[in-house]
Design a protein around this ligand. Structure first.
Ligand SMILES: [Zn+2]
Length: 291
């Protein structure tokens, strides 16, 4: 066989092999149910089993066959519509569907936004699984990892501690760095522009005022970076602290945008575990218009 014929035959052979390979894949294509995906997500927090957790199905069914997966922070109406247009019927969310921490649908009676949202999800055949508690118990915490990866601070994040040192920068410079790295429209901060920041405490999302204040009392960071804080609690505590010569300044990123990089990271590793399905991250984004 001359070289030309050899190459021709070889390419026919390899095309045939590819075809066989594709057919074998199709025959063995794994069909995932919602519960299969939940099991994969929970198994990532190795050995952790929580007796009570908010990580449950908020809408839809565990035995539904999964056609595609979307990860996001909040299952907003916009995200639900985008998932449906991608033919993805499972949305893995970090935060509530129904506007309170426990996703109580009866927090107030006759909530018309909830009933309209349910009708939309029903129409689109969507299942929602909340991935919060287990997501934070992965080692390292998937949300903090994703955020620090975007901020370029992973090398300073040791032993999963959320208080650590970075190369010193002034508060305004640090705030600008956060705004740019996370592509934010805006952020807010409290403290003087030239305030030197080396020791930082990073608490994305909404840890609550007691956790914010106890971290400051115990760790005395130069700056606390949070997703959101209650204005009459954490925020006023910082203002008075600085006025009384305490050292901790504050950067408020916004809840959704502070944890979004973490859910983006979840979509990346989940995709590798379920190569037969398409996993797409859709950012919930900052809900505000800034004037
Ligand atoms: Zn969180």
């Amino acid at each position: 066989m001359n070289r030309k014929h050899f190459l021709k035959n070889a390419s026919i052979l390899s095309a045939g092999a590819l075809l066989l390979h594709d057919q074998a894949l199709a025959l063995h294509q794994k069909n995932y149910t919602v519960q299969d995906i939940i099991n994969i997500l929970i198994a990532e927090a190795k050995g952790v089993r929580l007796p009570t957790t908010v990580d449950t199905i908020k809408f839809g069914k565990a035995d539904a066959p999964v056609t595609g997966i979307v990860t996001t922070m909040f299952p907003t109406v916009e995200v639900i519509k985008q998932a449906a247009s991608l033919k993805a019927n499972l949305i893995v969310v970090h935060e509530p569907t129904y506007f309170n921490g426990d996703d109580k649908k009866n927090l107030i009676a006759n909530n018309s936004v909830i009933s309209d949202k349910d009708a939309l999800m029903e129409k689109e055949g969507i299942t929602i699984f909340r991935y919060h508690d287990y997501c934070h118990r992965i080692n390292p915490d998937a949300i903090t990892y994703g955020l620090l990866r975007k901020l370029g601070w992973l090398e300073y994040y040791k032993n999963g501690k959320f208080v650590f040192d970075i190369p010193t920068m002034e508060l305004k410079q640090l705030a600008k760095h956060c705004k740019k790295s996370l592509s934010l429209k805006m952020l807010r901060y409290i403290g003087s522009d030239a305030h030197a920041c080396t020791k930082i405490a990073i608490m994305p999302g909404a840890w609550g005022s007691a956790a914010h204040m106890s971290t400051i009392e115990k760790e005395q960071p130069d700056v606390l970076i949070i997703g959101e804080g209650i204005e009459w609690e954490t925020i006023e505590y910082i203002r008075d602290g600085l006025a009384l010569q305490h050292k901790t300044a504050l950067v408020v990123l916004g809840h959704s945008v502070s944890e979004e990089p973490g859910m983006e990271w979840v979509s990346e590793w989940l995709q590798k575990k379920v190569p037969e399905l398409k996993v797409t991250h859709i950012a919930s984004k900052d809900p505000f218009t800034w004037l």
